[in-house]
Design a protein around this ligand. Structure first.
Ligand code: PLP
Length: 427
């Protein structure tokens, strides 16, 4: 191992972790504690005043989560990270750092449905307003930007369609307008794409998916790229103006290129409270050790499944960027040469009833609303997650009656295909 520049697989196992100094335990322990004893009153005062780093209370920081934070920051190439209870918790804290009532941000329209809800409905309660654009044409962003615009948000690989996005082109436009680019890197994971290398400033993750990887724990993360100048425009007062509750400290001045992560912790996590449970941090730390192995196998299996589906007489279309004739293939090769991810959609010729029957007849695949597990997962959006929408709305959301979404697991490819084959016979 090169000490100065360890590789990705080495970081996935070692970054942030040391044998426990007290017990010599090799694996990071689950620090199942709510609070931490102060050395004395001066020590307590220094911690509360941000003059010294250290543990106070598990809502704000925890030693098991701290190892996970360092690990995720290292994998993404960021300056610091903050772990949260879920991906949605991470998104809330990112926008809380940036937005004031009446502000807006620009977001890709192709997003995980839960994020569409969070941005379009819940954030409205804070008077934070989202403006949607189509990532297929990044130039459409520009007309939406005004002096109340605070950020641009995209998914590097969009859920559910599995579409790659031109991160560098979008970053260039955002930066030209003095805006940070926030990238949800959940679907790709840093094994496939490191968005900070393409111009992103902040990364968010649902650790619930590929990073944890085993379908057993919710979690989220914010990674600070350390690239954005929060003081330049005066548009980000949370970072660039004195904070009375911390004795007038200016976070960007005091913490420089990891001020965003600090603000998310000492203002967002402290006050909203979506903290990661230490047990979940432990499980996700165990999961992330095998991220490179799992992710490559997910991609290889998904490509095998997509190629096989394409030849099946009952399948109308397959939307997988890894296929050479896919319209998104060039972006996949540019941004994610190791593979096209595990999640994609395909359509059945016989529509709604066929989709429902197909899903019900799968045996190895689990029918559930999640992605990124070792197990193969399936959902028929029109009869489940999107059933409340009109037929027109379902089609616009990429959830028409014929659409099936797969999250291809890491089982034997021959077993995955055998299961799909027997279920298609019933469809
Ligand atoms: N981002 C993406 C791409 C997702 O798929 C999800 C959940 O499915 C989220 C964010 C939200 O994450 P969580 O469920 O951990 O809150």
């Amino acid at each position: 191992m090169s000490k100065d520049n360890p590789g990705f697989a080495t970081l996935a196992i070692h970054a942030g972790a040391q044998p426990d100094p007290t017990t010599k335990a090799r694996i990071t322990p689950i620090y199942q504690t709510t609070a931490y004893v102060f050395d004395n009153s001066d020590h307590a005062a220094a911690l509360f005043g941000l003059q010294q780093f250290g543990n106070i209370y598990t809502r704000i920081m925890n030693p098991t989560s701290a190892v996970l934070e360092e690990r995720v920051a290292a994998l993404e190439g960021g300056t610091a990270a903050l772990a949260t209870a879920s991906g949605h918790g991470a998104q809330l804290l990112v926008f809380h750092n940036l937005m004031r009532p009446g502000d807006n941000f620009i977001s890709a329209r192709r997003l995980y449905g839960g994020s569409i809800n969070q941005f379009g409905n819940a954030f409205k309660n804070f008077d934070w307003n989202v403006r949607w654009f189509d990532t297929a044409d990044p130039s459409t962003m520009e007309a939406l930007i005004d002096d109340k615009t605070k950020a641009v948000f995209i998914e590097s690989l969009a859920n559910p369609g599995g579409t790659f996005v031109d991160i560098a082109a979008i970053a260039e436009i955002a930066h030209r307008h003095g805006l940070p680019l926030i990238v949800d890197n959940t679907m790709a994971s840093p094994y496939l794409i490191r968005p900070l290398e393409h111009g992103a400033d902040i990364i968010v993750h649902s650790l619930t998916k590929f990073i944890g990887g085993h379908g057993n724990s919710m979690g989220g993360a914010i990674v600070d790229g350390g690239t954005f100048d929060w003081s330049k425009s005066g548009k980000y007062p949370m970072l660039s103006e004195p904070r009375a509750e911390y004795g007038g400290v200016v976070l960007h001045q005091a913490f420089g290129n990891f001020a965003f992560a600090i603000a998310a912790r000492v203002l967002g996590l402290r006050d909203f409270g979506p903290s990661l449970a230490p047990m979940n941090a432990f499980l996700i730390l165990t999961g992330v050790e095998t991220l490179p192995l799992r992710m490559q196998r997910h991609c290889d299996n998904a490509l095998g499944v997509a190629k096989w589906l394409k030849t099946h007489p009952k399948v109308a279309w397959v939307n997988y960027s890894g296929l050479e004739d896919d319209p998104n293939h060039a972006l996949q090769v540019k941004y994610s040469p190791k593979g096209a991810g595990s999640v994609f959609t395909f359509g059945l010729k016989d529509g709604y009833e066929a989709g429902k029957n197909f899903v019900e007849n799968l045996k190895l695949f689990s029918h559930l609303a999640n992605i990124g597990d070792t197990r193969s997962l399936v959902i028929h959006p029109a009869s489940t997650t999107h059933r409340q929408l009109s037929p027109e709305q379902q089609i616009a959301a990429g959830a028409g009656p014929d659409v099936v979404r797969l999250s291809v697991g890491i089982e034997d490819l021959s077993d995955i295909i055998a299961d799909l084959e027997q279920a298609l016979e019933h469809a």
